[in-house]
Design a protein around this ligand. Structure first.
Ligand code: ACM
Length: 541
């Protein structure tokens, strides 16, 4: 009857139901007011019921909703009871109450996810039920790459709603890359004036011979970012910004050519990159570059209150540093063994800089090469190896191995997948992903903060494409991140699919252009030039 996704720890179903009516009131105890505000707004929209505010819990008894805090429950934990007292949601904290409120929405039925009632006369009921629930991981993330293709603010807000509906709580916001810079920095206006637009876009995979000859771009103003961060906070989602350094930086170099290796490249003639892959144009390891990015991060720290700040650190080609007399002089002056240590020095600078400001650095697993400061954390994307090494060295880890949770990878073997890049990762593959590798001891495993799914958008030019790649797989991912699932081989995928039958109706109500279970519709198919499957099968690790 309840078909909840992600699956809760415990559900006990009774036989009756609680009806919400025009008389039903909502009580929000001190500390849960914002949750109450949010829940009232979404339920008024979807049901049309007035859901007037109750000033006393007694006014919500019987046919109302009461939001309460219970200090005996843990962080993000909640208990939802539908019974003679009405609907009571008790959370260990306000986040727990919001998760319970999302469960209530699912219990009310798919149409509780719409923005207006379909039938004003409809009877809204919650089954008699007790749900006891808590997350497995504290970091349940989604990385959105808004650099390769800009996602307008409305889309980001929509994604925050979708994340909250799946009890995900970290948006890793990939704001800069070779192909675009997406956040206003007041001190450096050219980052967005120049860096947020490219003249044309490679159409399809990086080997494709085609370009779409029209400019692409866009960026978030600082007020847009404040709105996004506040909207996320209301849903108990933390936004972790990523500015990718010292590689994946051509858009910044196009805006400020002095950031590049000017002794080996004519950086003044570089534009924002119009190809896919990894640009050879990386930041110069100079004091001027460090000061420039300190200026960027200073403004980011004002905008993003997150404990962690992501500095990228992935895929930095070293050819320019090898050829640059200035970079070589820097290596000699610092007494480093070579370019890899130079990258570690660069990242280490921001590690110290962020720590001094009470924040923690996180980066892709390449940042392990050359040593890391004690507080730094790692996003393990090249399989589990980086994450295992990091956890063993006492660093916190977010597991996001590309073999399992890169949602840009195609989801079926059929020809005609609209984004057929890389190898196949089906819904079931994602459902059987295990974030904590067996080789970690219990103490080491405590360094696994959690997991995130990553969405790189080279071949996703609009939100419909993003939806198609992300859903339904994000529902499976959410269950991996939230629920206490058994070992991968013992997971009940058939049961998950049965619950998905209801969940697809919720996604319909939420307006998600997911991949239908039967495969792409004719309009969703794309010519083969868009993608090129990787050779062979995914590596085990
Ligand atoms: C990555 O996929 N380059 C982190």
């Amino acid at each position: 009857m309840t078909e909840l996704i992600p699956a809760p720890r415990k559900v006990a179903e009774g036989s009756g139901e609680v009806r919400l009516t025009a008389r039903s009131r909502l009580y929000a105890a001190p500390g849960t007011e914002r949750a109450g505000h949010w829940l009232t707004a979404v339920l008024r929209q979807s049901t049309g019921l007035p859901l007037r505010e109750a000033r006393e819990p007694a006014e919500a008894r019987g046919d109302g909703i009461a939001l309460l805090l219970d200090p005996a429950l843990g962080p993000e934990e909640y208990r939802l009871t539908g019974g003679d007292d009405g609907v009571v949601i008790e959370g260990g904290d306000a986040a727990g109450v919001v998760h319970g409120a999302q469960t209530l929405r699912q219990l009310l039925g798919p149409d509780a996810h719409r923005r207006a009632p379909l039938d004003p006369a409809r009877v809204w009921a919650v089954p008699q039920v007790t749900v006891e629930d808590a997350p497995r991981f504290r970091w349940r993330g989604l990385m959105l790459d808004v650099a390769r293709h800009f996602m307008p603010k409305e889309g980001v807000l929509h994604y925050l709603d979708l994340m909250a509906a799946h009890k995900l709580n970290v948006l890793h916001f990939h704001l800069s890359d070779d192909q675009g810079w997406r956040v206003e920095i007041r001190k450096y206006p050219r980052l967005t004036e120049v860096g947020s637009w490219r003249p044309r876009t490679k159409f399809g995979h990086r080997a494709s011979p085609l370009w779409e000859e029209k400019p692409h771009g866009g960026y978030y103003t600082q007020d847009d970012i404040r709105e996004i961060v506040a909207y996320a906070a209301e849903r108990h989602i933390t936004v972790v910004p990523e500015i990718d350094v010292p590689g994946h930086s051509q858009a910044a170099i196009a805006a400020y050519p002095e950031l590049g290796n000017t002794d080996v490249v004519d950086t003044a003639s570089l534009g924002v990159w119009d190809d896919w892959g990894i640009s050879a144009n990386v930041l110069a390891p100079t004091d001027r570059t460090l000061r420039f990015y300190e200026g960027v991060f200073e403004e980011l720290l004002e905008l993003f209150p997150s404990e962690f700040v992501h500095v990228g650190g992935d895929e930095c080609p070293k050819e320019q540093w090898r050829g640059s007399p200035a970079a070589q002089a820097r290596i000699a002056e610092l007494g480093l063994s070579g370019e890899d240590e130079l990258q570690a020095w660069f990242i280490g600078h921001f590690d110290t800089w962020l720590s001094a400001r009470g924040r923690r650095l996180i980066g892709w697993d390449e940042i392990l090469e050359g040593g890391l400061a004690p507080g730094a954390a790692v996003s393990s994307w090249r399989g589990y190896g980086g994450g295992i090494a990091a956890a063993r060295a006492g660093h916190d880890v977010v597991m996001c191995p590309e073999q399992h949770v890169y949602l840009d990878y195609r989801q079926a073997p059929e020809e005609g997948e609209p984004v057929p890049i890389a190898y196949v990762r089906t819904l079931e593959d994602v459902y059987r992903f295990e974030p904590v590798p067996a080789e970690l001891t219990e103490a080491e495993a405590r360094h696994v903060l959690g997991t995130q799914a990553n969405v790189w958008t080279e071949v996703m030019e609009d939100q419909a494409r993003v939806d198609y790649q992300v859903f339904p797989r994000l529902a499976a991912f959410a269950e991996v991140a939230w629920s206490d699932l058994p070992a991968p081989g013992e997971r009940d995928f058939a049961g998950f699919e049965r619950r998905m039958a209801v969940h697809y109706r919720r996604l319909d109500a939420l307006g998600v252009a997911y991949r239908p279970p039967s495969g792409p519709l004719p309009w969703q198919r794309r010519p083969g030039v868009l993608g090129r499957p990787m050779e062979g099968t995914p590596p085990k690790r």
